[in-house]
Structure formats: structure tokens, C-alpha cells
Write a protein that binds this ligand. Structure first.
Ligand SMILES: [Zn+2]
Length: 476
């Protein structure tokens, strides 16, 4: 029997507001434990939460970017459960009336395009962090993160392959970064993902029993955990067994999942509307403000790069993979209008240097001015491509202007015909045997002569001029 996987993802995104969602404590990452806390986020009796307007705006941006309908009235609800790093004893979340519903995101993989529908996007507050001491039988709690605003993006079970799950998650990260509402950093926990997965015989409509996977801290983990779970569930079903609904933890070191607990149902949480918070009313003027703050989104930008700059799809996809890279490209094209040339130098040379040094385009010392200037020097034939790459490396390391570097280091190409003619003559005189070979039909030695002239000029001879002179003087 052949099985089909049915996968849905729940993605938590930490919003990059400066203060927490219901108090004015800082959300800064990495502060000493328990220094960013107050009676509200510590869940003291008698305190009242006050909603952070910016957090709602960030959540609305994501709702718009994922084609969701925003509920003009939405509510916060209490979700009750005990957890040592959740001092209130409940999480403030949204249940009956979430911020937004019924959206979709298109994802591309090698297997083609798939539209993943979104069930909902809701807001909630984050819990703190437990730190388990490996050497002593104690756990420590840090409540700095308690009350950091989150959105939870819940997809419909539309994903069929682990690769698609990973691509979907990358798309979510790309969107939150474009919208500048989150770092989307999985390693630091600002983007977290749980996956629901069940199998069913291919062709069957009804869903099988699902398990929920947790503890996946990278795109690779998500894909591997799902692959493992497909193998595990397939083996159980082929054996005539039954899948138990449960939550399973992914063990990255071993590449397997372990049963953690039986899966709870929504009614276990005793949701009810939070009496401390008034409903959120999204008025037209507020929504318009948010719409006006929306940047151009990646799919749109990619299509525009193809149309406006005549770039191949491949180039456009890479250049628009990050908002800042796309900005960088456009700043360069504004200064040097050869879009394809700019694209090549960014994608091949600059991105190679960025990757090797592990740095980001924002910290790059090669400014758009410098890159445009370099490309102009290449176009005018002042320097060769090879020298151009060396100059780029130098600017990447230490900054500076290409013209000044070329001038200071005497890197300009030798294009002077008189000077080059002398060199060519010198090379031919020094190698009479090769000249003889060439004239008797062994045309391959031509490259040898070019190499010799280049060596004489330490790579600075204009190759086009050298070729022309050699052909003329060898009589071909
Ligand atoms: Zn606080």
C-alpha cells in the first residue's frame, strides 16, 4: 500500500517590538536573567495588562502579506496550563476570534508550486525560559522572555512533502524579514515550528491519526524530523498497527522522534475571553495606516525585477531573496545601468565573498558607489575582469574607491599600442621556434604568445589589443 503524508505547520514568530506585548519591559535578547521583568509580566496579583499597539500592527502586516482576512473585531483569550516559566498560570492568546483568518502562501520546490492555505494568525505572549543544569538536579528560570509578543501562524494540512514544509518555513521567514517585524532567526528561537503529520492511503480523503512534532530548531531539522516520522508511521501502519495521537520530540543528534506526551485537545485548556483586555477594533483608518507601511513583497519584487530589468528568473529570485540584497542591487543599477552585469557581479563575486566571510550585505564595505565605479572601469577597459575581481576583494576587506586603488597600485591595463607592440616583438624574437611552429600550422601556440605578453605586463595588458597585434605580426 502506498501512503501519502498530510502535513500542517504551526509557526511561532517573535515580533521585534521594543517592549513586551502587555507591559513596557524591554524585549532585548541576551540581557542578564530576570532583569527585564515587572509585576505585569511576572503575573503578580492585581496587575493589569495594557496592549502594545505596535505588536498588533506587526501582526496585521503579516496577515496582509499572507492574504488573510483581518477580523475587524478580535479578542484575547486565556489559555490555561501550568508551566514553571509561565508565572500567570495561563497564556494570553486568541481563540474564538483571532486577528486574521483564511489566508494562503505559495511555495516553490523542485516538485513544483503548492498553495498552502492558512487557517489563522493569532497573537499571544511568550513564556520564559527554563535552563536545566546538567550537573545538578535543578532547573533555573529566566523570565526575561515572558510577555514577548508572538504571532502563531497555523496552516491547513496542505503540505505533502518534508521539502515543502521546509520551503514553506523559509517563505514565512522571508516574509517576516521583508516586513521587518522579526529577525526570523530559528537558532535564537525567534522563529519556531511545530508540525502535525499523519499518513493516509493514497487516494483516500479522510485524514489519518496525526502526531505533533516539536523541538526542531532549523530548517534541516524540520525536514529530517518529518522524513523520520513518515518512515516510522509507515512501518507502524504496514505492520497493521495504529498511530497514537501524541506529541513527539525530535532528537537532532540521533535523527529520531520520541513520544513526549499524549496530545491535549483545545477543551483541555479551558479557553475563555480575557476579562482584563477589551476587544481589539480594527478601524478603517488604522488598517489603511498599516497598508501604507507595507513594503513591496518578495513575489511582486521578483516579477518586477524580471520585467523592469530584463533579468532571468533565476537572478531575480536570488536578488530578491532578502529585502536588503534587493535594495543593494537597485542602488547599484541606479548608478550603473547594466542590470545583468550588476547582477552577475553581485551573485557571483560579491555573494562568494559574503559567504566566505559569513557576513551580511548590510555590513559590506563594497558600497553601491564602489561597485558601480568598478563596473565603469571594466567597461572602459581600464582594468580587466581578472584585476577587477582582485580590486573587489581589496575593497571587501578594507573599503575604498576602485579608481584610487587602481591608480595607487598601478593596475590599469596597458592599452597603448606602441608599448604593447614592442612587447609583442620582444616575445616573438625570444621564441623563434614557436613562431616557426605557428607558421607551419600549429595554431595552438597562439595562446602561448598571449601568455608570455601577459606575463611581461603582470596581467595588465589589454587582452583584446594583444590578440590583434599578435595576429597581425604573425601574419594571420
Ligand atoms: Zn514586564
Amino acid at each position: 500500500m502506498e501512503f501519502e503524508a498530510v502535513i500542517g505547520l504551526e509557526v511561532h514568530v517573535q515580533l521585534k517590538t521594543r517592549s513586551k506585548i502587555f507591559c513596557s519591559c524591554s524585549t532585548e535578547f541576551g540581557a542578564p536573567p530576570n532583569t527585564h521583568t515587572c509585576p505585569v509580566c511576572l503575573g503578580m496579583p492585581g496587575v493589569l495588562p495594557v496592549l502594545n499597539r505596535r505588536a498588533v500592527e506587526y501582526a496585521m502586516r503579516m496577515a496582509v502579506a499572507t492574504n488573510c482576512t483581518i477580523n475587524r473585531k478580535n479578542l484575547f483569550a486565556r489559555k490555561h496550563y501550568f508551566y514553571p516559566d509561565l508565572p500567570k498560570g495561563y497564556q494570553i492568546s486568541q481563540y474564538e476570534l483571532p486577528l486574521a483568518e483564511n489566508g494562503w502562501v505559495d511555495v516553490e520546490t523542485d516538485m513544483g508550486s503548492r498553495r498552502v492555505r492558512l487557517n489563522r494568525i493569532h497573537m499571544e505572549d511568550d513564556a520564559g525560559k527554563l535552563i536545566h543544569d546538567e550537573n545538578r538536579p535543578v532547573s533555573l528560570v529566566d523570565l526575561n522572555r515572558t510577555g514577548t509578543p508572538l504571532i502563531e501562524i497555523v496552516s491547513e494540512p496542505d503540505i505533502r512533502f518534508p521539502e515543502e514544509a521546509s520551503a514553506y518555513l523559509k517563505k514565512i521567514r522571508q516574509l517576516v524579514r521583508y516586513l521587518k517585524i522579526s529577525d526570523g532567526n530559528m537558532e535564537e528561537g525567534s522563529l519556531r515550528c511545530d508540525a502535525n503529520i499523519s499518513l493516509r492511503p493514497r487516494g483516500q480523503e479522510t485524514l489519518g491519526t496525526k502526531s505533533e512534532l516539536k523541538n526542531m530548531n532549523s530548517f534541516k531539522h524540520v525536514q529530517r524530523a518529518l522524513e523520520y516520522e513518515i518512515r516510522r508511521q509507515t512501518a507502524v501502519l504496514m505492520d497493521g498497527g495504529e498511530i497514537v495521537q501524541e506529541t513527539r520530540l525530535y532528537d537532532a543528534a540521533k535523527g529520531v522522534t520520541h513520544s513526549m506526551r499524549g496530545k491535549e485537545e483545545a477543551h483541555d485548556y479551558r479557553y475563555f475571553p480575557d476579562p482584563d483586555l477589551v476587544p481589539i477594533h480594527v478601524e478603517d483608518s488604522w488598517l489603511e495606516e498599516v497598508l501604507a507601511s507595507m513594503p513591496e513583497l518578495p513575489d511582486r519584487k521578483r516579477a518586477r525585477f524580471v520585467e523592469e530589468y530584463g533579468l532571468p528568473e533565476y537572478d531575480a529570485a536570488i536578488l530578491t531573496s532578502s529585502y536588503d540584497l534587493a535594495d543593494y542591487f537597485e542602488a547599484c543599477v541606479a548608478l550603473y545601468p547594466g542590470a545583468k552585469k550588476v547582477s552577475n557581479w553581485i551573485m557571483v563575486e560579491l555573494m562568494k565573498l559574503l559567504k566566505l566571510s559569513g557576513s551580511d550585505i548590510n555590513d559590506c564595505l563594497v558600497t553601491p558607489d564602489a561597485l558601480a565605479e568598478l563596473l565603469k572601469l571594466l567597461e572602459k577597459g581600464v582594468i580587466s575582469d581578472k584585476i577587477g575581481k582582485k580590486v573587489l576583494e581589496q575593497i571587501f576587506e578594507n573599503g575604498g574607491s576602485p579608481s584610487e586603488i587602481v591608480e595607487r597600485q598601478g593596475l590599469a591595463q596597458v592599452s597603448d599600442i606602441g608599448e604593447l607592440q614592442q612587447l609583442v616583438e620582444k616575445v616573438l624574437d625570444a621564441n623563434p621556434a614557436e613562431v616557426e611552429k605557428y607558421r607551419s600550422g600549429k595554431k595552438k601556440v597562439f595562446g602561448f604568445f598571449v601568455g608570455q605578453v601577459m606575463r611581461e605586463t603582470r596581467g595588465k595588458a589589454n587582452p583584446k589589443t594583444v590578440n590583434e597585434l599578435l595576429r597581425k605580426m604573425l601574419g594571420s
